[in-house]
Ligand binder design. Sequence first.
Ligand code: ZN
Length: 103
Amino acid sequence: MIPVRSNGPLPTVVRVFESLSTNHPLRDWPCPACDEPLGGRDVALVYIGPGPVPSQIEKALSGRWHTGAAVAVHAYCAGVPVAEPQSDAEPRTGVPPGEEEGP
Ligand SMILES: [Zn+2]
């Protein structure tokens, strides 16, 4: 995780999946926010931008539908209202969602 301070909106969640299947290739991947494996918890696809294709960037910048890029992250870590993880899955660094300090 790269900690950043923000008072901006929550990320654009494209879709939320209930726990990944036991043979899903992303199951053992670390969540980009907390570094815990994605498996075993609800996972959100979070839109991060139009990606590297110029035509898709142009569409995105003009507010049109386009094919963009997303990352998989725990739904909880993306701010989706789901059950809190067990205490051993708390973020290792940074400030937990909802407890950010003002400027
Ligand atoms: Zn996470």
